[in-house]
Structures are given as structure tokens and as C-alpha cells.
Design a protein around this ligand. Sequence first.
Ligand SMILES: [Zn+2]
Length: 462
Amino acid sequence: MPESPQEETIESALGESAQDKSTLGESTAGASSQGLSEQQTRPASDRLVLARAYRPLCFTDLLGQDHARRVIENALRNNRLHHAILLSGPRGVGKTTLARLISRAINCKSRKSGIDPCGTCSSCEAMSGESLDIVEIDAASHTGVDGVRDIVDGAGYRPIVLRYRVYIIDEVHMLSRSAFNALLKTLEEPPPHLRFLFATTEPDKVPLTVLSRCLRLELRRLDNATLASHYLDVSQREGRVLEEAAAMVIAQAAEGSVRDGLSLLDCAFSESDDKNITLAQIRSMLLLSDGHALYDLLDSIVEEDLALSLSRLDSLLDKGGQPEVLLREIMERLHRLSRFKVSGAIEKSLEPSDRERGALLSERLSLATLSRMWQISLRGYEELRLAPDPRASLDMLVVRLVCAAGMPLPSEVLSRLSRDNASSQPDDERGEEQDTSTSASSLSSKLRATFPNAKIEEQKID
Ligand SMILES: [Zn+2]
């Protein structure tokens, strides 16, 4: 599907941000069902970013979002799609992509299986170029009432070519109150040829009066396994070999956003012409530390070896690790170990060595200790951002983690004390009338006996 020269001119004239907004004129997309992506037929100098090149053109290619997809597909089959749909969800999960897909589907004259746009009818042809009947508005840059006034005033006019005129309003929560008010009447009873598709990352900021007039669909973050498999697929289509563990690391960094991960993959492809993209390459690109070195650090923390912990931390930082990233990685490991304690399974998608080290370490730590280490790290994360010297802040955090790893839990203290108490019961019975100072000193001597390494400060009670 070659792009028309006309679209090329428009795109180059509008620049990158406008390119994304003019995607209705885009006939690109990786469309897995179509074999080769257009990316592969383009000259190298003219390559699209992966997020655009692999934007789905049919519902089957949409990643995840099963619930939203089911609702839309059913409505399309029955020709009962709501005239206003609000798509909400975190960034990069496919809100705008889905809105564009819907606008194509409702206008297509002969949908495939009743849902997917055919791509060949006259409407699909019209939508593959610039179509005046499909209007995309970025509410972030058109917050005022004027942009909405154009919609309201033009509502009565029929679309020029297509069956429906569709307004796709991105980040709709950014519209001002007066803009929302101006839109209400049209939204309530739109002419039959008008459709609204709203996308927002913050649905809570959309007035209830608007929400109640829309079909609301919540799009979710994608899970790491789905993302990783998509990145492997895209890499293969691009003629590259991405290591599975590397795909997983990209998926984790993408935090549920397809687009963020594809941007990272773009960076990886640009960084090296080598066909193979390795885990080490991705780790170094993301400034992540070597997984083994991280587990070595955690091992020495658990062994309460402060000197070794600090020297291992130094070596991680000296190799280019950034304090903030490193702390995030430590926290991610603590989280993973806690999940392992509960479910007994470390994510299959991790590399085997990572799984083995994680399993070994988790055996040595209780869930309560892991939770305490997490809390300390979380507080440390806030402090690290405030600290004038982040490296020193991370040093101090490791000191605290080492102390925490060796500290008995309150439940352990109580159970050991009650055990000791029970064993010394006959002696106590003889001298029941003890004054407070003797009982305080006997408590501290018991604590000392139970925890020989702990520092216990005695406080005089007057
Ligand atoms: Zn069609």
C-alpha cells in the first residue's frame, strides 16, 4: 500500500506532530495480517517510527483491550454503535488508534466480517487520503469555546463524502467548562450523520454531564508478556533478532504502553546495525545495571556485610549506573522476590539466571523483611530526589537496608521473649514483688541474651 505523493507533501509540510494527527490520511501500519509492513518497502532514509508503522488497521491487530474491542465489535455487527464514545486509559495504550479504527469502520461500506474496514471501498479509499469528514482535534491546544463552536455550528451540514462526519477529540478533559457547555446540546441529540470519539487520560476531569452522554470504555495497560511478544514480532518483521529477555526488559520499561516500548525499540535499532539485539545492549541503552551484579549487592545486604555492600554499590555506580535507576531496579527486585514468596513462581519471561538467583535469594528472606526493605527503599527514593548528592543518599539507603536485614521482627521479639519467659517461670514465682527498675533491667538482660548483637539502650524509669 504505497502512500500517495500528496500525503507525503502534506506530512513534510506539517512536521512530525502534525503527522501523527493526520493519520487518517495514513495508509501505513504494520498490519500483521498483511505480511510485509510498508516499513520494509520504504527506503531506509524515509522510515517511519515503529509506533506509526505498526499502528493497527483492523480490530484483530489491536493489542489487548479485549473488553473494549468486544463491545465495539458487537455494536458494529448490530449497527448500534453509540453516537459518542469516550475512550479513557493511560498514555500509549491505543486510545487514539482505536478511535481512528472506529471512524474507519463506521464509514466503510463493506466491512470484513461485519467489523473491520475493508480498505478497498470508495469510503476506505477516501479515508486513506486527507478526509475533511474526519476531524481530529487536540483539546490540549484548543481548550477554548471557539474550536467547539465550529463543531456546533457545522453540525447541521452533511458530510462531504463519507457516511458520518467524525470528530475525534484527543485529551478531551482539557476543554474548558464553557467549551463543554457549548458541546452539550449537540452531544445530547446529534444529527444522524455526526459521531464523537473522545480520548482522555484523565476521565475524572470530564464533567459528569458529558460522561453521562457517552459510551464509556476503559482501556487498560498492557501486560508485559503481551508487550514483549509484540516487540519480538515487530523486530522479526524488521529483519532483526531481539533476544526474548531483551524484549521483556523493554516491556518492563514501557510500563504498559505499546508506544513507549516501540520508541525504545526504535532507539535500539538506531543504535546498532547489528542484526541481533541483545539483552546487554538494551540494558546499557536503558542505563540498567548488570542483573547478576544487582543480585550480588542484594546478597551482601542480606548477609549484613556493610563493607561489601557499599563496595558492590560503588562498582555498580562506577560502571555508569544512575542512583535513581539503580534504586528503582533494587525496588523492582524486592517486589519480584515478594511476589515469588507469595505465588512461588518467578515470571517465566525472565532470563533463567535471573530466575535462579531470585529464587535462591527469596528463600533467605521473610515476606515481612522484604516488605520492610521495600518501605525503606520507597522512603529512600523520595529522599534521593531531594538530596544534593544522590550517590551519598543511595549509600545511606544501603546502610539502612543492611541494618534492616539483620533486625528482628516485632513478632520474633515477642515470641522469643515469651518462650524465654516460660522457661524461667519457676524462678519468677519465687520473687513476685519486683520493683520497676529490676523488671526493666531483667527485660533488657533477656533481650541481650536473646539478641546478642543488638544494641539495647537502658532507660531509667523514675
Ligand atoms: Zn471499506
